[in-house]
Design a binder for this molecule. Structure first.
Ligand code: FMN
Length: 163
C-alpha cells in the first residue's frame, strides 16, 4: 500500500480544515493509506515512509508558519536525496496574500526534487483586522471542496502509479 502523508500547521483552524478536507478526498482512494500529522509531530521518518505528500501551511508575516518551517528545517537534510521524484501538493491558508509562503514551500520541494502535481492552492480568508485574523476560521465549503478534490487527485494518481 502506498501512503500519502498530509503535514499541516494551523493556529486559528483554517489550514486544519483544509488539510482535513484533503485527507477526506484522499480517503476515497482505497489503495492508498492517508496519514495526517501536525508539523510538530512530523519528521523525516514520516516523509521517508510515504510515497507522496500534501503540505498545508498558513502564511504568517509573509512566510510559511514557524512550526511548518521547523518541520522542514528538522527534516530537510535527513531526507535530502531520498525523496527524489515523489509527488506533492501545497495548500496555503492566508488572509489576503499567501504567495510568498507558496514560493518558500516550492523552493524546499525543489531542493528535495519533489514533483508538484498541481499549482499551489492558496485559500484566502479575507481576514484583515487583528480581531479577524486572531478569530477561529471557518473555511468556505467551496474551498474545502477544492481541497478535497486535490487530495483525491493526489491519492488517485499515487494509487494508479501515475507519479
Ligand atoms: C502573526 C500572523 C501573521 C500573518 N501574516 C499574514 C501574511 O503575511 N499574509 C497573509 O495573507 N495573511 C497573514 N495572516 C493571516 C493568516 O494567514 C490567516 O488568518 C490564516 O487563516 C491562518 O491560517 P490558520 O487559520 O490555519 O492559522 C497572518 C496571521 C497571523 C496570526
Amino acid at each position: 500500500m502506498k501512503t500519502l502523508l498530509v503535514v499541516y500547521h494551523s493556529m486559528t483552524g483554517g489550514t486544519r480544515q483544509l488539510a482535513q478536507a484533503a485527507a477526506r478526498g484522499a480517503a476515497t482512494e482505497p489503495s492508498v493509506v492517508t496519514r495526517v500529522l501536525t508539523a510538530k509531530r512530523a519528521g523525516p521518518d514520516d516523509l521517508l515512509s510515504a510515497s507522496g505528500y500534501l503540505f498545508a501551511t498558513p502564511e504568517n508575516l509573509g512566510a510559511m508558519s514557524g512550526l511548518m518551517k521547523d518541520f522542514f528545517d528538522r527534516s530537510y537534510y535527513p531526507a535530502l536525496d531520498r525523496l527524489n521524484g515523489r509527488p506533492y501538493a501545497a495548500v496555503i491558508c492566508a488572509g489576503s496574500d499567501g504567495e510568498n509562503a507558496a514560493r518558500q514551500l516550492a523552493r524546499i520541494a525543489t531542493g528535495w526534487r519533489l514533483r508538484a502535481m498541481a499549482p499551489p492552492l492558496i485559500v484566502r480568508t479575507g481576514a484583515q483586522t487583528p480581531a479577524a485574523i486572531l478569530a477561529p476560521k471557518t473555511i468556505a465549503q467551496a474551498d474545502r471542496q477544492t481541497c478535497q478534490a486535490l487530495g483525491a487527485a493526489l491519492a488517485a494518481g499515487l494509487g494508479m502509479g501515475m507519479f
